[in-house]
Design a protein around this ligand. Structure first.
Ligand code: SF4
Ligand code: MG
Length: 324
């Protein structure tokens, strides 16, 4: 399987200004050294609490936000520092679907205009061709041809998300980031939209980066899952390993919080206590140690790096160090 996207040691620090002179007094390390790749045609789920840096990560990959450090490679092209102009061909290939279709869809534009806009901006398709493609896309996402003249407020949340998906697919991208794309929807509607996205993936050969705060949402659609904590990956592994044999205490805690999870945790249920520490002042060593029932001396002193445990399963935790 070919690699479509590579992220290398990606970082985003937001300066904190303080005092009357508004000098930089510190940094919020929203993303602090994230490395992974995504294979052509797969879905990588990225899970974490709000504040874990997962949306910042998604925006950096699409170059909606400049990384502080690190690299983004799309089909082996380093796109990290491309100018607006040089980025254009890549923008067509990489799209994003956001959480709230009400906020992300211009309410004054009809469905037709919403789907047509990216074609007008990014391609030189003629009008006839565009209309044909709009019909094709509406059918693909399960909307009616007669819906094209309606406006976003005339649709339910799930239908609006279908419009967002049609818009994202307007120019036939290869790679789509879904950022909490179903989080605002009822559970039954979530399942419908997730099924639609799976079908579209198979049909069109799409690759997904599926960002969510909810491990149960990414479960069915993902091939692999990465778990983020305070701007870093705690664990990344094939789906079955994450859900059946999670190694990181944080992943274990997230899973025990899901009601009827089928995880075979031999250990006591790990309960997640306390709040996410501030990313402007993260704990030394392992950022999870303030909430970790297994924390020991080394955890305060040394930051754990991802280590390969076999079969594509990586974990950043001192419990798995050799000299333990
Ligand atoms: Fe817990 Fe230590 Fe592992 Fe961090 S490194 S998750 S504190 S055991
Ligand atoms: Mg898949």
């Amino acid at each position: 399987q070919e690699t479509i996207l590579k992220v290398e040691d990606l970082k985003k620090y937001f300066p904190i200004k303080g005092g009357i002179l508004k000098r930089t007094v510190g940094n919020v390390k929203a993303v602090d050294g994230v490395t992974f790749d995504v294979k052509q045609g797969e879905t990588l789920g990225i899970v974490g609490e709000s504040g874990s840096g997962k949306s910042t990560l998604g925006r950096m990959i699409l170059r909606l936000l400049e990384p502080t450090e690190g690299k983004v490679l799309f089909e082996d092209h380093d796109i990290t520092h491309l100018s607006h102009k040089k980025m254009r061909p890549f923008r067509k290939e990489m799209q994003i679907v956001f959480q709230d279709p009400f906020a992300s869809l211009n309410s004054k534009m009809s469905v037709e205009q919403l789907i047509e806009e990216p074609m007008i901006i990014q391609t030189d398709m003629g009008k006839k061709e565009r209309k044909k493609r709009i019909n094709y896309l509406l059918e693909k996402v399960g909307l009616r041809a007669s819906d094209r003249l309606k406006y976003p407020h005339e649709f339910s949340g799930g239908q609006r998300q279908r419009i967002s998906i049609a818009r994202a697919l307007a120019n036939n991208p290869k790679f789509v980031i879904a950022d909490e794309a179903v989080s605002a929807l009822d559970v039954s509607i979530q399942a419908q939209v997730l099924n639609l996205m799976s079908d579209l993936q198979e049909d069109l050969g799409l690759t997904y980066l599926f960002i969510s705060h909810d491990l149960s949402v990414v479960k069915h659609i993902s091939d692999r899952v990465g778990v983020m904590y305070l701007g870093r990956l705690a664990e990344i592994a094939p789906k079955h390993a994450i859900y059946k044999e999670p190694l990181h205490p944080y992943t274990q805690a997230l899973l025990s919080a899901i009601p009827d999870t089928d995880v075979d945790l031999e250990k006591e249920k790990v309960k997640l206590e306390g709040d996410l520490p501030s990313p402007s002042n993260p704990p030394s060593g392992c950022a999870f140690r303030t909430r970790c029932p297994m924390a020991h001396d080394k955890c305060a002193e040394v930051r754990p790096e991802l280590q390969h445990m076999g079969d594509g399963h990586y974990v950043a935790c001192h419990l798995y160090d050799e000299e333990q």
